[in-house]
Structures are given as structure tokens and as C-alpha cells.
Design a protein around this ligand. Structure first.
Ligand code: GDP
Length: 416
């Protein structure tokens, strides 16, 4: 039907660029690691070639590669949601997940930081306090995250909501969604903000379209903008279904007013965008609740206005996904690419070249000695030569990848 076709047009293709790039980079680091361990075996097993200094060198390279590979496997795209209590942060996250996962109800407020993410392989779905080992059922979330429940957690707690990878497509793309306690609370939790949110690639300010931006919200984002140079900031004027149904004839006027205030906030007060046009494109009027209900089947026959608001939600979803992928590629993988190149270059100049020289010298020196000894060394030389080809292959992979990610970064710069 027409409704289902317009519902399915979500998720952006650019999110997959991040996932693909991650797989490629992991392959590169994997190859590099294999290469180093082969080299290590040669050095350790051949008495004649044993060289303590080279061994130490090689081990140092190995641990650098392992350390980066570990960081790389944890790299994900992160979106953080802010706004006053009850503006609909949890509702927006639920709409993006196509399912009501986070507790979001009249009078309900999230009392702590809630990180929704895909679970690790072989893990079942569970909720977990970051610092603790206990795995709890998803159904415990409502109690845990509620500010009103007797078992409520401290606002500074980080709750991890680990979902099955295939349950929500956005999580399958390695996106992490961070819900925060109301801005009034969050602002006082400076440490948490630094450790849980400042590594976000995209920040989303969820406003209540029925009211105006509060002083606390302004001040909060001034603090964020002072910590990060030009954060990617999107503004959602949520509950637009309510706000625009109050006085339908006033809708455009109210919208214009919102736009003007939000543009002013983004350009003049925060300085995160340099032109009104840029800021304009990052402000949306949506209804998260309707979007969720369309996606989970509670609304089957949306009115024209509801459809319009949903289109706007899709536009928001598409825009922030693209921005997320571009930003994360640049900030997360750029450094790993550079490191890989540096390691390869150093490896070549400090280890491979001296090693080949040493082997050649050994062959010359042993010309007069037993033939089978020569044969053994020559075998190693052939192996090294093969390894050198593997190394060359690593270089080529890296160069190709650098060009691609580089292009992506360049496109981004042209746009901004
Ligand atoms: P949070 O505290 O910012 O996470 O806000 P919640 O997501 O818990 O939302 C607070 C209340 O507003 C809940 O009752 C939601 O169902 C409701 N709500 C959220 N978004 C919308 C919306 O777009 N339209 C309407 N009508 N209600 C909404």
C-alpha cells in the first residue's frame, strides 16, 4: 500500500559506509597483525637470524597494532539527545528504533543516562549498569530508569540497553543512541557529560514545540559549544502535532517564530553554523509519538498532516544519519588510517630493510660453509620476499582506503 511504502523509506545508505569502512580497516589491521606474527616466528625459529633488538622492536609494533585493533572494534557512531524533561527525547529514540524500548509516558522522566546499542555477539538482550556485572531483563528498564521509582538510579549512572542487532536496523549499523536526563539535571553533571557524551558525532536538541527554548537549554548548549569546536547540532521541535493543532491558522506563524529563534540560537548565540541557511536545514518540526505509532502499526491510516509531519521526521532521520556517518568516518577512522600508514612505513625502514640486508650478508658469509645451511637461509629469504609482497598489498589497501575516506572528508568540507 502507499502507506507502507512511505513508511519503509527510512534509513540512509551512508550509515553503511561507516560499517564497510570499519570492516576494511579491521581487515587491514588483521593482515598487519598476521604479517608481524609470521615475521616473529621467522626471527625466533632461526638461530642464525636471532637478534634481540629486532625481536623487541617487532613486539613493540605488534602491541601497537593490537591496541589500535581493539579501539577500532569498539568504534561506533554516537548520537546524544538533550532537552528538558518531557520534551520527548525517549519518544524520539523509540521512533528511531521503530519500537517502544525506552520508557516514555506522561509524567515519566528518565533519571539517568541511557545508552541504547546492539549487544555483543553471543549475548542475549539485556540491561546493565555500566560499572556492574549483573545482566537484567529489558523489562526492568522502566523501573530502573524512572526518576519516580523507589529503585531509581543516581542521575550520573550510565545504563546500557543492549538490543539484538537485527531488532532495530539503526543499531545494526553500529549506531549508539544516548538518552540523557533532563538538561537541568545534565548541566550539573559536568563529569558525566564529558565522559558519556562529548565523543558523540551528532547532538540532538529536543525542544517542546508548545513552548520556547528555555534559558537552561541555551546555557547548556553554550557550554557544549565551548567544549567542542562546531559540534554537529540538530534541533527537533517535537510535539508538533499538539502545537499545531492548538490554532491551525496560526501554524505557519508559530513555525516561522520557532525557526527564527532556533536559527538565532545556532548561528548567533552558539556559533555552530555560519549562515542562516545552514542552520535552517538542521531545524525540524516533528511528532516523535506519531512517527513511532506509524512505525509500530498503531496508526494505520494517517491524515495528510500526520503524513507531512512523518515526512519531516524521515528528512530528519536521513539528514542526521548522513551527517553522523561522515563525521564518524572522519574523526574515528582518519586517525586509524594514519596510524596504519605510519606503522607500515616504520616497519619497512626499521625492520624489513635491515633484515633483508642481514640475510643477504649471512648468505655471502656462509658461501664456503655447508650447502644445506645456505639452503635453509635462502628458504627464509624467499619467505621474507613473500611477506614483503603481503606488506605491499597492505600498503595498496591502505592507499585506496585513504583516498576514499579522504574524498569523503573533502566532500564534507565543500558542503560546510
Ligand atoms: P523525555 O523526558 O524528554 O524523554 O520525554 P518522553 O519521551 O518521556 O515524553 C514525555 C511525554 O510526552 C510522554 O507522555 C510522551 O508520550 C509524550 N510525547 C513525546 N513526544 C510526543 C509528540 O511528538 N507528540 C505528543 N502528542 N506527545 C509526545
Amino acid at each position: 500500500s502507499s502507506v507502507s511504502s512511505f513508511i519503509s523509506s527510512s534509513s540512509s545508505s551512508r550509515l553503511s559506509e561507516f560499517v564497510d569502512a570499519k570492516t576494511e580497516l579491521q581487515d587491514i589491521y588483521h593482515d598487519l597483525s598476521n604479517y608481524l606474527s609470521n615475521f616473529l616466528t621467522i626471527l625466533e625459529e632461526t638461530v642464525l637470524l636471532k637478534d634481540r633488538q629486532m625481536l623487541e622492536h617487532l613486539c613493540a609494533f605488534s602491541s601497537r597494532v593490537e591496541a589500535i585493533a581493539k579501539v577500532l572494534s569498539r568504534d561506533r557512531m554516537k548520537v546524544a539527545f538533550f532537552g528538558r524533561t518531557s520534551n520527548g527525547k525517549s519518544a524520539v529514540i523509540n521512533a528511531l528504533l521503530h519500537e517502544k524500548i525506552l520508557p516514555s509516558a506522561m509524567g515519566h522522566t528518565t533519571s539517568c543516562f541511557c545508552q541504547v546499542q546492539a549487544n555483543g555477539s553471543n549475548e542475549t538482550e539485556h540491561v546493565k549498569v555500566e560499572q556492574e556485572d549483573e545482566h537484567m531483563e529489558l523489562s526492568a528498564l522502566s523501573q530502573l530508569a524512572s526518576a519516580h521509582s523507589p529503585g531509581a538510579l543516581k542521575p550520573s549512572t550510565l545504563l546500557q540497553v543492549n538490543m539484538a542487532k537485527n531488532r532495530c536496523s539503526i543499531l545494526d549499523y553500529d549506531v549508539v543512541l544516548m538518552d540523557t536526563p533532563g538538561v537541568d539535571v545534565t548541566a550539573q553533571l559536568d563529569d558525566c557529560l564529558d565522559s558519556y557524551c562529548m565523543d558523540a558525532d551528532v547532538f540532538i536538541l529536543v525542544l517542546n514545540a508548545e513552548s520556547t527554548v528555555s534559558r537552561v537549554e541555551r546555557q547548556f548548549f553554550k557550554d557544549v559549544a565551548s567544549k567542542l569546536s562546531r559540534p554537529n547540532l540538530f534541533i527537533l521541535n517535537n510535539r508538533w502535532d499538539k502545537a499545531s493543532s492548538l490554532e491551525p491558522e496560526m501554524e505557519q506563524k508559530v513555525k516561522d517564530q520557532h525557526m527564527e529563534r532556533c536559527v538565532n540560537l545556532l548561528v548567533d548565540e552558539l556559533g555552530v553554523y555560519s549562515t542562516a541557511q545552514e542552520a535552517w536545514e538542521r531545524i525540524y518540526h516533528v511528532s516523535a509519538l506519531e512517527a513511532l505509532h506509524i512505525r509500530n502499526g498503531q496508526i494505520t491510516n494517517p491524515s495528510g498532516q500526520t503524513q507531512q509531519r512523518y515526512q519531516e521526521f524521515l528528512r530528519f532521520e536521513n539528514d542526521f544519519s548522513n551527517c553522523l556517518a561522515v563525521s564518524a568516518l572522519k574523526t574515528k577512522f582518519g586517525p586509524h588510517l594514519l596510524s596504519a600508514q605510519k606503522i607500515l612505513n616504520q616497519l619497512k625502514s626499521t625492520l624489513i630493510c635491515p633484515f633483508i640486508e642481514k640475510v643477504s650478508r649471512l648468505i655471502d658469509e656462509n658461501k664456503e660453509r655447508r650447502a644445506n645451511l645456505n639452503a635453509e637461509i635462502e628458504d627464509w629469504l624467499i619467505l621474507m620476499q613473500e611477506d614483503r609482497e603481503a606488506l605491499q598489498y597492505c600498503f595498496e589497501e591502505l592507499t585506496e582506503m585513504t583516498q576514499r575516506v579522504g574524498r569523503c572528508v573533502l566532500n564534507d568540507q565543500i558542503k560546510t
